[in-house]
Design a protein around this ligand. Structure first.
Ligand code: ADP
Ligand code: MG
Length: 693
């Protein structure tokens, strides 16, 4: 398939502006790398001061190069870059990798130079990678393009890597190399001034050779573009990413309002929303990538285990089960077959212990049964190499079973790789993902299953509630903005919530005792009296909340006390006193370029001590709202336990979606906190709310 990034990843000829004879220079190393990796086309060093570099004729200018050039590296100092880009345009170059640093990352002068060369590139339709970057690699034997100054030379493979940080990218590339696993394409785009990470992701998505995309990204220039592309690609093939900055999110949220949230959460939420598989560390990510590059995606979470050693399967089962995998029993028919074919001492169950003396016939039968048993979606193997067994023929059986590509196989291969080189080679040629530890193999297999779940998950729909009153909210917000007011009054907040039919306890505003008494009799005793003032954000901290006020005398006492302690300029928020059942918190926080992050959790000790909150990104679909509720640790409390009735899930889903709609309709809302909401069996009611613009 032809694509606008072909000139970059599939160049026919490469030139290097700033080529150098100095061995320890980027302008020399890139040429060395291209030659060493056996680039499939001409390499043209450009340097007006020398005649040849590494045996190649050097040209004074890109305009002097005789043949067509589609890709150019530029490694000269920043001030000279714009002019050379101009020359590239005249030459008909299609893509440029600017390796040189010292542009936008260095302040205004650098930014100006970057804008200058980009404008020139654009004029000629040239695509630019970088500046301040490594470049690309394509291991395809038709190209063998090592347009990069690093030092790891991958064999062809089905994993493709795109990294914002060249450092991380290079580490991952080397990790695959050390495991003997090939890589298809590699790109590190530095400042990302033109060719963006999403564009590269899409390119990998369209590349038939690529089976899995490894992504490292720390920040997004355009979250919307990223999300759109990630959604599109993750449906076709897995995208694997690290979640950086996973420091205790709950700790921030435990201040029980959403304002303190770390920005890094949003990256994880974007990954989740768009179907990117996340990993806590580079190691797990690399292992999973190996499994994806070789094996098909399982249909479900049911795994059959074949083992020739006891202990590792105990460890594997713990790991598999903790990742949501299940081990169904063998069917009667399968057990009967295996009784015939296995050694006497074998244990005919799942896990199927073929015992250490098992040879190829036993493995063959075990694999056949598991491959054909419909209740297994994948096969996990513990294979230790006993010195009294013909291990090469066992490996051949495993490879041949995997060759059918019916169900994924992952192997915990326990051996001395020096002594069992033949066996190892057979497993490698058979594309069996092999790992030294049971946990590692189990986690890699679980990742395949996780992707299968992601790919088949329901996205759900964003409910658009027709019964909302946008004009009311708009008027309140415009008025506040006009007066440069950030914290809305209780009256404004509750009017906004009511306009979006978000249930709140019955309320009135009062300025003095007599108004408060009248309001209370309208609402009906008992009531709650709260101070309403910009000065007191946390009302109970200043003794500004009086609950269960039963009569007029109580009102008089509370109002006088609050006026005395908090000043006479305060207003009073009179609210129906509600029986407290389960307290929930829901928050929303604006996140640049993303929309809003929505937080959900149980109030009280659940948030303050257990930090048990979950997050998602707007617009929240019905399905996502359900998952959000489900994903807190205390979800069971909401479902009801020990005779306690649960809380109707649909009611919760609706409130979350209404809040999502409110903040989406009004991006000016910077923070919205409902803390607490009281949840009952069939209804929910906010008793405290705050909005900051
Ligand atoms: P703040 O969070 O500013 O201190 P709240 O309005 O949340 O003030 O009130 C503090 C606590 O008082 C709430 O967490 C809740 O337990 C209780 N409370 C508030 N309003 C009501 C009400 N209408 N009915 C019953 N209890 C309430
Ligand atoms: Mg509160």
């Amino acid at each position: 398939m032809s694509d606008k990034l072909d000139a970059l990843f599939k160049p026919k000829a490469v030139a290097l502006i700033g080529a150098s004879q100095k061995e320890l220079s980027i302008g020399n190393v890139i040429i060395k790398n291209l030659l060493y990796y056996k680039f499939n086309g001409p390499v043209y060093p450009v340097n007006p001061k020398v005649d040849e570099i590494r045996g190649l004729k050097a040209y004074p200018s890109i305009l002097d190069v005789p043949g067509e050039v589609d890709l150019v590296h530029i490694v000269i100092p920043p001030p000279f870059v714009p002019e050379e880009v101009e020359n590239c345009g005249k030459k008909g170059v299609k893509a440029i990798i600017v390796n040189t640093a010292g542009f936008a990352e260095m302040g205004e002068d650098g930014s100006a130079l970057q804008r200058d060369f980009l404008a020139r590139a654009k004029k000629y339709g040239i695509r630019v990678v970088g500046p301040n970057c490594q470049g690309i690699i394509n291991s395809d034997p038709n190209f063998k393009a090592y347009c990069n100054f690093t030092f790891t030379f991958p064999d062809p493979g089905h994993i493709s890597i795109v990294a914002q940080s060249g450092g991380v990218g290079a580490v991952i590339l080397q990790a695959f190399y050390d495991m003997g696993i090939g890589v298809g394409m590699y790109a590190s785009n530095g400042n990302g001034s033109d060719v963006s990470i999403p564009e590269i992701m899409r390119y990998y998505g369209n590349d038939d050779n690529c089976r899995v995309v490894v992504l490292y990204v720390e920040s997004l220039d355009d979250p919307n573009e990223f999300m759109e592309v990630a959604r599109e690609v993750s449906k076709k093939k897995p995208i694997l990413a690290i979640t950086a900055g996973r420091t205790d999110k709950g700790a921030e949220a435990s201040r029980s309002h959403i304002g303190g949230l770390a920005g890094s959460i949003s990256m994880e939420l974007i990954f989740r929303k768009t179907g990117i598989l996340t990993f806590p560390n580079q190691e797990d990510l690399c292992h999973a990538a190996v499994a994806f590059s070789y094996q098909p995606i399982p249909k479900g979470n049911k795994v059959g285990i074949i083992t020739n050693t006891g202990g590792p399967s105990v460890i594997a089962i713990d790991e598999l089960v903790s990742h949501g995998m299940e081990l169904p029993p063998l069917s009667d028919a399968a057990a009967a077959t295996l009784k015939e074919t296995m050694l006497e001492s074998a244990s005919i169950h799942n896990p199927l212990d073929v015992v250490a003396t098992a040879g190829s016939v036993h493995f063959k039968s075990a694999l056949e049964v598991m491959m054909n048993e419909p209740q297994f979606d994948s096969i996990y193997i513990n294979f230790v190499t006993p010195p009294f067994v013909d291990c090469e023929s066992v490996a051949r059986e495993i490879a041949s079973a995997a060759g059918e590509q019916k169900k994924p196989i992952v192997c915990n291969y326990m051996t001395d790789k020096q002594k069992w080189q033949g066996t190892s080679a057979i497993l490698k040629a058979g594309e069996i993902p092999c790992f030294d530890f049971a946990e590692t193999a189990a986690r890699a297999l679980s990742a395949l299953e996780r992707y299968s779940r992601i790919r088949s998950r329901k996205e759900g729909k964003v409910t658009v509630f027709p019964d909302v009153n946008r004009d009311t909210v708009n008027e309140i917000i415009q008025n506040a903005l006009k007066h440069k007011k950030e914290v809305l009054t209780a009256e404004e907040v509750y009017n906004i919530l009511e306009a979006y039919n978000i249930p709140v306890a019955d309320w009135r505003m009062a300025h003095n005792e007599s108004e408060a008494t009248r309001c209370a009799s309208e609402i009906g005793f008992p009531v709650v009296i709260k101070v309403d003032s910009e000065k007191f954000i946390h009302k109970s901290d200043v003794d500004g909340v009086a609950v269960n006020v039963k009569d007029a005398a109580g009102i008089s006492e509370v109002i006088n006390r609050m006026q005395k302690n908090l000043g006479h300029d305060i207003n009073f928020f009179i609210q129906k006193f509600l029986p407290s059942n389960r307290e929930l918190i829901i928050g929303a926080k604006a996140e640049a370029g993303v929309g809003h992050i929505i937080m959900f959790g149980l109030g009280g000790i659940f948030v303050e001590v257990l930090k048990d909150v979950a997050f998602t990104i707007t617009p929240v679909t019905d399905h996502e709202a359900g998952e959000l509720i489900h994903s807190i640790k205390a979800a069971a409390v909401l479902r009801g336990f020990r005779g306690e009735k649960g809380v109707n899930r649909d009611v919760l889903v609706e409130v979350i979606q209404r809040i999502s709609m409110l903040v989406t309709d009004f991006p000016a809302i910077k923070e919205l906190d409902l803390n607490p909401l009281f949840a009952y069996q069939n209804s929910i009611c906010a008793v405290d709310a705050r909005i900051i613009l």
